[in-house]
Design a protein around this ligand. Structure first.
Ligand SMILES: [Zn+2]
Length: 329
């Protein structure tokens, strides 16, 4: 690295950095080895941003980087409690800034591995609740704790800051910073939660798969709406389809569950009403017609076969749908 001029003091760009709304991540060290931030900046030196005079924006404790129209502030700092941290804050478009954060995190992980084997550190995600949004020092959640919550099938975690106490969606917290392994775990967790919701809603075996099919359609509609947020830029290199599914869950936090439950109940009620209604109508129609025109009864049996077709289709799906296998008995 050969910066034309290493700034002696923190530049204005760093002092006036807008943290609100930026994508943030923190590394906390019980003991931060000297030279850690410098090694990080050296490895990222190809991305250094320049000030108006053409000087690289690099100083003793940090640097400002840029990539694909996004800028990132990477700085070594001490919290109010005196804890040593490396703070990363990225501004820019949704997808690109996640990319940049992922790149910086990968680089730092590489330095931990290559130069400081066994180094003790904690990765932290800032809270995204409304109360934290206005604070200079929001609540930070430990990644290890969030992972533990996910494994325990928890969907929310409590933010207890100076202004309020509230539940925050873990999926929402991890958006943009989560790696593919954690995301898979989340997806499994979400799926199980979803199944429990369906079960609790009094799912009827015969139309179970029909409901799932309709649920998928509802999800697809939701996904189209949430697409305005742009794709997920997580630490996975495979652009698998499930990303958008996970994204939908994340974006909406716990709301989709409520929405889905109401959709499921509505659909179940609707289908039941149709099935029951058809039977009643058929009963009356048959009786009435039987009295008036006994010879036309056979023609009116059509709804009966429609019902049995629906039943048959549901039964077919029962045996063919791979979803059925994973369901709790
Ligand atoms: Zn909060």
């Amino acid at each position: 690295m050969a910066p034309r001029l290493l700034l002696n003091k923190t530049p204005d760009e760093a002092n006036t950095w807008e943290r609100q709304g930026a994508l943030a991540f923190r590394y906390r060290y019980p003991f931060m080895p000297s030279g850690l931030i410098n090694r990080l900046i050296v490895r990222l030196s190809g991305m250094l941003k320049e000030d108006q005079l053409g000087n690289d924006l690099i100083w003793r404790d940090g640097a400002i980087l840029q990539q694909n129209g996004c800028t990132a502030l990477v700085v070594q700092d001490k919290t109010e409690k005196g804890l040593q941290v490396i703070d990363i804050s990225v501004q820019g478009k949704e997808f690109e800034r996640k990319d940049l954060l992922v790149h910086i995190r990968r680089t730092l992980t590489g330095i931990h591995r290559d130069s400081f084997e066994g180094l003790d550190f904690e990765e932290l995600v800032p809270c995204c609740c409304e109360a934290c949004a206005g604070l200079p020092e929001p609540t930070f959640f430990e990644m290890t704790k969030l992972q533990r919550y996910i494994k325990g099938k928890r969907t929310d975690i409590t933010c207890d800051n100076e202004n309020s106490v509230q539940e925050v969606s873990i999926v929402q917290l991890l958006e943009g910073v989560v790696d593919s392994r954690a995301k898979d775990e989340m997806r499994i967790g979400d799926r199980q939660m979803e199944e429990r919701q369906i079960f609790a809603a009094g799912k009827i075996d015969r139309i179970e798969d029909k409901l799932d099919e309709l649920l998928e359609q509802a999800k697809h509609t939701e996904r189209n709406v949430t697409n305005i947020y742009g794709p997920v830029g997580a630490m996975t290199e495979t652009g698998d389809v499930n990303q958008s599914e996970v994204q939908t869950e994340k974006k909406n936090g716990k709301k989709p569950f409520l929405k889905k439950t109401s959709i499921i109940i509505s659909i179940a009620a609707g289908l039941l009403a149709i099935l029951t209604g058809t039977g009643i109508w058929q009963f009356f129609f048959k009786s009435e017609k039987a009295e008036q025109e006994p010879q036309t009864v056979k023609q009116q049996v059509v709804p009966d076969s429609t019902v049995s077709q629906v039943g048959q289709k549901a039964a077919e799906q029962d045996t063919t749908s791979p979803k059925t296998a994973g369901k709790p008995q």
